[in-house]
Design a protein. Structure first.
Length: 601
């Protein structure tokens, strides 16, 4: 039993104590009554005993002194008295008095101390047997030692019996109480176990009554049922939790759940990845203390701002801000978290990787600025040339006029190409179907190369065309592939240094079911980090440097044409300052190409 438990006086305890007190009082009363009665009887018997002694002494004294002189009689009485006192320790003194009550003789028991006082004195008359005359009296004093001894022994015995009876009685009551409460204690232990969550706990009791056994059985049954419910409940909860976790983990955005004290209580794998964390690094720590690789507290300021909002403001608007972590731009949204009962329990930070979108936005604005620039330049040139020809045309000779018109024509071709690019971009980016016919790729390469001859001359460039024989006819859209190859070629011309050679190759890879065309220049090349991006829409390496003009659409259109509309693929190999090789492959047999391949991202 727990020693710290306070003793509480239940009705049962009170009854037991009351019973004990009453029984103690009754036993005490009986004992006192018995002692009193015994004492009284003892006193009475002692009185009778004294009476007998004094009577016998009176009769003996009369008999012994009836025929002798007075002196002799006194002597006889003295010696008889002394012999009696010697043999009876109970007698303190013996007195003889005459008929007038005058003391004739008194003898004290010398064996007793002087301080011994008689407890009772008994007197008997001495009567002459012949004439019944009064001859005096004998008084005997008794010490009462025997009665004292007897009453002491009696009291001790009664006290002893009383204590024994009381102890046995108390013991029996306690044992009885223990036996009654034992079953209750077993039940109590069982209930405690159940309330502490130990469902399925069984109670057992030996030598218990039938009713109690039934109660125990009912308890065990209830405990077993609770255990079953609990197991089902745990399974259900685990299932729900697993479901929630699976949902949380499969959310494509990062999710960080924080409690009211800014401690991270949950975060999904995407959040770990976006925040560049390892394992459970951030779990159970304060989100405000999170620092990125550059040591910046990315969230602290915004979380402080969020926490200053009232609950109503928090639930109405989320705090949205961007953070830069490890070269990525993360759009972060802080929103409050409430329970079913609308209690505020913390907040959730959703992290969305918007690096690409942000880059795209930048590229779009760059594209618009490039396009407006690209359009304005030829228009300005055209205006000034046409204006000059219109106003002063007569003053120029034929050759100059021809040169002017040639420039106007070139500018118009450039304009036309740009406008076509923009139109193609919207057309090809859509899912519009493209017509394909059986065409000769070898002939297309020749036609393209033929078309750029003028440009090659202008830039003092050589061209080397290497074509394999027996190139099979394949299905493609002639105009689109023509424009794609022209794009590669005009880029090569744009970036190649003067007097260098541009190499065009056409070859078949039958094992791969494809024909491949490559255009190699000896120009500036592209750094590896940009190579993946050059096919993205609006992407231009020179966006930062603005050295060569363009819209950033050309290569994207090539990729769309080849991969989206012809199930082929594009590639680039380049080394800065050593040149680039751009290429594309087209499937020979379109039916052999898995339609899921080459999906544009
Ligand atoms: P643009 O029309 O602006 O030239 P493209 O899509 O044709 O756009 O090209 C995208 C980027 O790829 C260009 O800005 C350029 O930096 C790079 N590029 C394309 N071709 C070459 C090449 N042959 N050599 C070096 N860089 C090239």
């Amino acid at each position: 039993m727990n020693s710290n438990k306070k003793i509480s006086f239940t009705t049962q305890n009170r009854l037991i104590i009351f019973g004990l007190v009453i029984s103690t009082l009754m036993i005490m009363a009986i004992a006192i009554f018995a002692t009193f009665n015994i004492q009284k009887n003892l006193d009475d018997s002692y009185q009778d005993f004294g009476q007998v002694i004094s009577k016998v002494l009176a009769i003996e004294s009369v008999e012994m002194t009836k025929d002798v002189s007075q002196d002799q009689a006194l002597k006889i009485l003295k010696s008889h008295t002394n012999s009696i006192l010697k043999s009876h320790q109970e007698i303190v003194f013996i007195e003889f008095r005459d008929s007038n009550g005058e003391l004739i003789y008194k003898a004290n028991n010398k064996k007793l101390s002087h301080s011994t006082k008689p407890s009772i004195s008994v007197s008997s008359p001495m009567t002459n047997a012949i004439d019944d005359s009064n001859m005096g009296s004998v008084v005997v004093g008794l010490s009462g030692a025997i009665t004292d001894k007897v009453s002491k022994t009696t009291r001790a015995s009664i006290l002893f019996v009383f204590v024994i009876v009381w102890l046995v009685f108390a013991f029996v009551i306690l044992i009885n109480t223990y036996l009654i409460t034992r079953e209750l204690r077993i039940l109590h232990d069982g209930v405690s176990k159940i309330s502490s969550g130990e469902f399925g706990y069984k109670i057992e009791g030996k030598d218990v009554s039938e009713e109690v056994q039934e109660l125990f059985n009912a308890f065990n049954d209830m405990s077993a049922r609770l255990n079953t419910y609990d197991e089902q409940n745990v399974e259900q909860l685990t299932l729900e939790r697993n479901k929630l976790e699976a949902v949380l983990m499969s959310i494509v955005n990062g999710v960080v759940v924080c409690d009211n004290n800014d401690n991270v209580v949950l975060l999904n794998n995407h959040a770990k990845e976006l925040l560049e964390l390892e394992g459970d690094q951030l779990l159970n720590t304060n989100i405000q203390q999170y620092v990125d690789t550059e040591g910046d507290y990315c969230f602290s300021e915004k979380i402080d701002e969020y926490k200053k909002l009232s609950l109503e403001e928090k639930s109405k608007k989320s705090i949205i801000f961007n953070v830069n972590i490890g070269g990525r731009i993360l759009k972060s949204i802080i929103s409050p978290m409430f329970t079913k009962n609308h209690d505020y329990v913390g907040y959730i930070i959703v992290l969305i990787d918007v690096t690409r979108e942000t880059e795209m936005d930048q590229m779009k604005s760059q594209f618009i600025s490039n396009v407006s620039h690209e359009l304005r330049t030829p228009v300005t040139v055209l205006r000034s040339y046409i204006d000059t020809l219109y106003n002063y045309g007569n003053e120029f000779d034929f050759d100059t006029q021809k040169e002017f018109i040639g420039t106007i024509n070139n500018e118009i071709i450039r304009l036309n190409r740009m406008v076509n690019d923009i139109l193609d971009f919207s057309r090809l980016d859509s899912n519009a179907k493209v017509d394909k016919n059986e065409n000769d790729l070898s002939q297309l390469v020749d036609a393209c190369v033929g078309q750029i001859q003028v440009l090659l001359k202008e830039h003092n460039l050589n061209i080397d065309v290497q074509k394999e024989n027996d190139i099979p006819l394949i299905k493609f859209n002639y105009d689109l592939i023509f424009r794609a190859l022209t794009n590669y070629l005009s880029n090569a011309i744009k970036y190649a240094p003067q007097n260098s050679t541009i190499t065009v190759k056409l070859y078949k890879e039958l094992d791969k079911n494809q024909l491949t065309v490559t255009v190699r220049d000896e120009g500036i090349g592209i750094a590896p980090e940009f190579q993946k991006k050059v096919f993205d829409r609006f992407y231009r390496v020179e966006n930062d440097t603005h050295t060569v003009k363009g819209t950033g659409l050309g290569l994207h259109l090539v990729k769309t044409t080849i991969e989206k509309h012809h199930k082929g693929n594009v590639f680039v190999n380049s080394q800065p300052n050593h040149g680039s090789t751009f290429g594309f492959s087209l499937p020979i047999d379109l039916t052999l190409v898995d339609s899921n391949d080459n999906e544009l991202v």
